[in-house]
Design a binder for this molecule. Structure first.
Ligand code: ATP
Ligand code: MG
Length: 276
């Protein structure tokens, strides 16, 4: 077994949450809307993500997937509606507070610090997520490195769990793109989230690299972390999702199991037949 399966899902100084039942909701989005200059990027959207699920959000370019991530993670404030996370209303909270409550994410565009080593990127991730902003994390970084040998070990373990053991001390700028996409996932895991949101983790990857990401996501979910996945790679989405919510023009088009969503005529029409 690799490290992820053994990794604590919660910090040790917090009480354990009750045993997750598959039907238990970790995240609930209710009547969520977000407007940009009079245009609704997300319109009256409601859905529930069950604890332990891999729940994918699909939809054509501009459907509102990244906006939805930004609303869930507190980057944007909703124009209307609510987000409930782990039993509490969290809409309106800033990203660092949501991170402290157990949300973590990766971004559609790589957010790697190319002047650091791979393992340093993961270590910064922990402090970045838990303290909210980038700059204080970077200023404190040298002292953190001196103090925190354990943190390096933990970061190296996370890297091994996403298949990056050989890159621990590599300079980020020397790593191939596919490895950097996995490095971002390792960094997001460093804050020990309950919920991991992945925005197009396979974008720009070849088939082999996509399969590696696929394996990493399954392993993350198997370790007890709930995953919300935005991905255009339909083969991956159909293969690993427990549930799928399809969006178009900010509205829910369909929801269900992969088979149900793939067979939905509205979804097929929105993708102009690219589902097969
Ligand atoms: N900060 C912003 N200001 C103005 N409009 C925005 C902003 N963010 C998103 N939008 C608009 O909201 C809509 C949804 O964009 P979003 O990036 O969420 O789509 P997406 O589903 O992630 O697309 P893609 O698959 O291309 O990543 C688009 O029309 C976009 O132009
Ligand atoms: Mg997007």
């Amino acid at each position: 077994m690799t490290m992820l399966a053994n990794a604590p899902i919660q910090p040790e100084d917090e009480p354990m949450s009750p045993v997750a039942h598959p039907s238990q909701a970790l995240l609930r989005v209710e009547n969520l809307s977000r407007e940009f200059g009079g245009v609704l990027a997300i319109e009256n959207l409601s859905f529930t993500v069950a604890k332990g699920d891999i729940h994918s959000i699909i939809g054509p370019n501009g459907a509102g997937k990244t906006t939805l991530f930004n609303l869930i993670t507190g980057v944007y404030k909703p124009s209307g509606g609510t987000v409930l996370f782990d039993g509490a209303t969290v809409s309106g909270l800033p990203p660092y507070k949501l991170a402290a409550r157990g949300m973590s994410r990766t971004f559609q565009n790589l957010q790697i610090f190319f002047n650091m080593t791979a393992v340093e990127n993961v270590m910064v991730g922990r402090h970045l997520h838990l303290n909210g902003t980038l700059l204080p994390a970077l200023f404190r970084f040298p002292s953190l490195v001196r103090k925190d040998r354990e943190a390096k070990e933990r970061a190296a373990e996370l890297m091994a769990s996403v298949g990056l053991a050989k890159y621990v001390d590599a300079h980020a700028s020397s790593m191939p793109y596919g490895a950097l996409k996995r490095l971002e996932i390792a960094r997001a895991l460093a804050s020990e989230p309950k919920l991991l949101l992945l925005d197009e983790p396979a974008a720009g990857l070849n088939a082999t690299e996509s399969r590696e990401i696929d394996e990493v996501i399954k392993k993350v979910a198997a370790s007890g972390i709930t995953v919300i996945l935005v991905e255009h790679d339909m083969k991956m989405v159909m293969g690993i999702s427990d549930r799928i919510t399809a969006l178009n023009y900010g509205r829910k088009l369909a929801e269900g199991t992969p088979a149900e969503v793939a067979a939905n005529p509205d979804v097929v029409a929105a993708y102009l037949g690219t589902m097969d």
